[in-house]
Every structure is written in C-alpha cells, then in structure tokens.
Design a protein around this ligand. Structure first.
Ligand code: IMP
Ligand code: MG
Length: 174
C-alpha cells in the first residue's frame, strides 16, 4: 500500500494562525511569564513558531507521551516516555500539543502536571478533531478545528514520516 499527501492547510495559513494565537497569549498573560510545555515530537514545530510570537517572557521544557503505536489507531494507553527537566511549581504552564484527537493524552497530562502545583495550567493545540473526543478535556487555544481525517506535517507524523512538511496535509492511502 502506498500513500500520498493532500494539502489541507497551507504554510501561510498555519503561520498566520500561529501569529494570532501568539498575540492572544501575549495579551492574556500581560505582566506575567509563561512556561510552555511542548509535547514531543509532534508539538515541536508548533511550539517553536508560537514561542517566537509571544511577547511576554517565555521559558519552555519538553516531555514525551505516546498514545499511538505506528498505526493511525489509538491504543488508548498513555505512556510517559520522557518527563520534564524542571519543576512546574508556581509557573503559568501552557501545554503545547500538535493535535487533540480522543483527548486521552491531554486529560492524562493535565492531571499529572496539575499535581505539580503550577500557578495555572492551560492547553494550546494547533489542531483539534472535536468529533473524535472521548474525554471532556478543555482546550484553551486552538489553531484549527479539522474533520476526522488523518493529518501529517508541521510536526505530525504517519509512521514517523512527514513531520518536516511546512504545511498540514491529509494522508491518502492508495
Ligand atoms: P489523543 O490522546 O487521542 O487525543 O491523541 C493525541 C495524539 O495522537 C496526538 O498528540 C498525535 O500524536 C496523535 N494523533 C492523533 N490524530 C493524529 C493525526 O491525524 N495525525 C497524526 N497524529 C495524530
Ligand atoms: Mg502528540
């Protein structure tokens, strides 16, 4: 089976939207500092672009959680592959994700990181597939709501491929 990628959101659309989210976060956190928690690997491109667009002081850290194997189906199991390097106590945390699908990963992360006594904790995702949600996780900043299709690019992968695409595309299996 081979696959191809159809453009869903262009590089220009994605970059323009990230700039807007950066402006919104800068406004919402005026006079404060934000600590971005990037969920690897998918959130990496998004977090880098977003961090550049935030005008209040920014620090960031990385963690890795996985709920997917190498297929496009959720295993339903969240595993922490790499934890954060620094404590979250008294920080204004924003979890930066590539996509919210079932919401299982974020529900788990919000609970786990919330226990570390941050001053506040919010969620920012580049993409959201609301139709697929099975948990009631509250997303504070969303780039785009997209239909229930498997997407790649801008950090998102299919079998570890296509993360480097500068746009968001839908994988089509031929
Ligand atoms: P959730 O726990 O079901 O919300 O899964 C979220 C994670 O699944 C995301 O952080 C992605 O790593 C992965 N994922 C969900 N949908 C897609 C997709 O369309 N393309 C690539 N990865 C996806
Ligand atoms: Mg992810």
């Amino acid at each position: 089976m081979s696959e191809s990628v159809r453009v869903l959101l262009t590089e220009e659309e994605v970059d323009a939207r990230i700039k807007k989210i950066g402006e919104q976060i800068s406004k919402d956190y005026e006079g404060k500092e934000v600590h971005l928690v990037c969920v690897l690997k998918g959130g990496s491109f998004f977090m880098c672009e977003l961090a550049k667009r935030i005008t209040v002081p920014v620090t960031f850290d990385f963690m890795s959680a996985s709920s997917y194997g190498s297929s496009t189906k959720s295993s339903g199991v969240v595993k922490i592959v790499k934890d954060l390097d620094e404590p979250l106590k008294d920080k204004n945390v924003i979890i930066v994700e590539d996509i919210v699908d079932s919401g299982r990963t974020l529900s788990y992360l919000v609970k786990m990181l919330g226990d570390r006594e941050p001053a506040s904790i919010k969620i920012c995702t580049l993409l959201d597939k609301p139709d697929r949600r099975v948990t009631d996780v509250k997303v504070d900043y969303t780039g785009f709501e997209i239909p229930d299709e498997f997407v790649v690019g801008y950090g998102l992968d299919y079998d570890q491929k296509y993360r480097n695409l500068p746009y968001i595309g839908v994988v089509e299996f031929n």
